[in-house]
Design a protein around this ligand. Structure first.
Ligand SMILES: O=C(O)C(=O)C[C@H](O)C(=O)CO
Ligand SMILES: [Zn+2]
Length: 236
């Protein structure tokens, strides 16, 4: 998995700006044998993929297929630049480059106010929404007053996962918990920071206020609900 960020201000920024593609990927261009999912977590902007332009507002998503040679990022307004967050995984075939807004995502309400974990899992790049080779991505929004994500915690030995936190209010933070269920550690996460979890690690978090996070997974199976849950009483 490769994770990247791009905040274009006044210039048009190509995906491979400053990247030696042959050295890092062993290919002539980044998406020669990779697919990529991109979320905009900033102001309005656009992404040009092999000549086709897609406009992305806040929390919009674009999936770009393997085989796309040119990807270029732009912001509409340099004073409110777009912030493109992206995750890429190796891909074996071309799928359809697809724009997805929050309304297109499959909604999964979970949790409860009484356990401070009421939230909606918005599944954007997911087998029920569009076909990909192995990438899946989405955005989980916590309800005001709820602070816990992914509790009871889980692992999925067949897929690793990245959580990227944003919409964390000024002066607040998230305690992200990782490690094996019987030996956990926390990482203090501030706004727009990410944690990469290997497949054996739990990935959960508790904020000092509500927040949003983007999850991204890659692995040979795409079954979303095959998690191995760990009972809260077994966590150490
Ligand atoms: O809040 C949650 O719970 C999640 O968003 C869980 C992630 O989607 C996940 O970890 C999927 O494996
Ligand atoms: Zn998970």
């Amino acid at each position: 998995m490769v994770t990247l960020g791009c905040k274009p201000v006044s210039e048009a920024v190509p995906l491979d700006k400053g990247i030696d593609c042959m050295k890092n990927f062993g290919t002539a261009y980044i998406l020669e044998r990779r697919e990529i999912g991109i979320f905009n977590i900033g102001g309005a902007g656009s992404i040009e993929a092999d000549g086709e332009t897609f406009r992305l507002g806040f929390q919009d998503c674009l999936y770009i297929t393997k085989g796309t040679k040119s990807v270029v990022f732009r912001s509409d307004d340099p004073k409110a630049p777009a912030k493109f967050y992206m995750v890429s995984a190796p891909a074996h075939k071309a799928c359809k480059t697809t724009f997805l807004s929050l309304a297109d995502a499959r909604k999964k309400p979970v949790g409860d106010e009484t356990t401070s974990n009421k939230r909606v899992i918005n599944q954007f790049i997911h087998p029920d929404v569009l076909e990909t080779c192995q990438l899946s991505m989405g955005l989980t929004q916590l309800a005001p007053g709820s602070v816990w994500n992914t509790m009871p915690a889980h692992t999925h030995e067949r897929r690793m996962e990245i959580y990227t936190y944003f919409n964390i209010p000024e002066g607040q933070a998230v305690f992200h918990i990782m490690g094996e269920g019987n030996e956990t550690r926390h990482i203090l996460v501030h706004n727009e920071q990410a944690v990469i979890s290997p497949s054996w690690s739990i990935h959960a978090g508790c904020g000092t206020a509500a927040y949003t996070f983007i999850w991204a997974m890659g692995g040979e199976n795409q079954t979303f609900d095959d998690m191995d849950h760990i009972a809260i009483g077994d966590l150490r």
